[in-house]
Design a protein around this ligand. Structure first.
Ligand code: TXA
Ligand code: MG
Length: 346
């Protein structure tokens, strides 16, 4: 991988005619030339490249250090673009697009071969998503290309929710970063496979199971998300979201949490804590206090919190588990992976 200058565009303060702005036009031209450009979406920052170019898509995998068998999501700016890249679109998928696009839902459908085979990692299906972010939509539209974009982190690290996180991981490895401020949701899109008879959630995310079921009836959840089973989504089997120091989740009340923290301290470890406001007075070598108790806030701040702790400062990070329902299902999915499965139960 040759190191290169990374161009930086700030579009946070552009309110009128974003798509015609010099910044978006330059970034879009980079994408058309096959270069890599990171950009904000409503979930996390994505690392974009033209999904029709083998070369451009291959360079995403190189920049991230991502295993080649893990397919990428293709981002589009208009719902009708789905029909350019798929064989057929079942009625349930259409209903989901109508209801949740633009938004945090990636829909897996059988593709028609018009995208780079590198995007789909050789599978017969492709994941498509129309993001709900003005900067993402303007950039995709201006490029005139379908844009393959995984989260803009080095493989294995927490996803980036700011341009600064993106630069921390990819500065010098990609052509450009469009800074549109912090992302809103903080966890990635829900991935739902609509290529078979019964829709299946492969990755929980911003749109919850009950929201989906309210629109299309019964939706399954991939077994690997609730029990020990091989995941259907290639990406779900890899190490993910890992902070610099090991993380342990604590599933129990406040006293149990305090006792777990005490044990780590007694072992002579430097401890980092991600805390809900009620425990804000706890002392440790490094602390991140979540802004409030709401699950939306935990989702939004989670990756940023994980990135706060440097291995030079802490040996171990602890955090209380959250109830794994609704958006909490996605948050716990990420947390359990970030913790490499380490959970202490009361
Ligand atoms: O919110 C998001 O989805 C963000 C933003 C940037 O859009 N993107 C994102 O991409 O999270 P990535 O590459 O980090 O995660 C994509 C997930 C992986 O778990 C991958 O295996 C799965 O989607 N995936 C993509 N295409 C698939 C396919 N055809 N079949 C099954 N799983 C697929
Ligand atoms: Mg990712």
């Amino acid at each position: 991988m040759s190191y290169q200058q990374t161009k930086y565009w700030s579009v946070d303060n552009i309110v009128d005619n974003l798509i015609e702005s010099k910044e978006i036009q330059e970034a879009a031209a980079f994408l058309r030339e096959g270069k890599l450009v990171a950009f904000p979406t409503e979930t996390v920052y994505g690392l974009g490249a033209s999904a029709r170019s083998d070369e451009a898509v291959t360079s995403i995998f190189t920049a991230k250090g991502r295993p080649a068998d893990n397919p990428l999501i293709v981002h589009i700016s208009q719902q009708k673009d789905v029909y350019n890249f798929t064989k057929s679109v079942p009625e349930k998928a259409e209903k989901l697009m109508e209801k949740f696009w633009p938004g945090a839902l990636t829909i897996i459908l059988a593709h028609n071969g018009r995208l780079s085979t590198k995007v789909t990692a050789g599978l017969s299906t492709v994941g498509l998503r129309m993001p709900d972010h003005p900067v993402a939509l303007a950039l995709i539209e201006a490029s005139g290309e379908p844009i393959a974009a995984p989260s803009a982190n080095r493989s294995g690290r927490p996803s980036p929710t700011t341009a600064a996180h993106t630069a921390e991981d990819l500065q010098g490895r990609i052509a450009g970063i469009v800074d549109g401020g912090a992302t809103g949701l903080g966890v990635e899109s829900t991935v739902i496979d609509c290529s078979g008879e019964l829709p299946i959630i492969l990755r929980p995310g911003g749109v919850t199971q009950s929201q989906l079921e309210a629109v299309i009836g019964r939706v399954e959840v991939d077994q690997s998300l609730t029990e020990e089973a091989a995941p259907r989504s290639p990406g779900m089997k890899y190490k993910h979201y890992a902070p610099e120091a090991p993380l342990t989740l604590v599933d129990g009340d406040e006293d149990f949490f305090r006792s777990c923290v005490r044990k780590h301290k007694e072992n002579g470890e430097k401890v980092g804590l991600i805390l809900f406001p009620a425990l804000a007075s706890m002392e440790a070598d490094a602390v991140y206090i979540l802004s409030d108790n709401r699950i939306e806030t935990t989702a939004r701040e989670l990756y940023s919190a994980l990135r706060t702790f440097k291995k030079s400062e802490v040996d171990h990070i602890l955090m209380q588990a959250v109830p794994a329902d609704e958006l909490g299902f996605a948050v716990m999915n990420r947390l359990v992976k970030a913790a490499g499965g380490r959970i202490l139960t009361q």
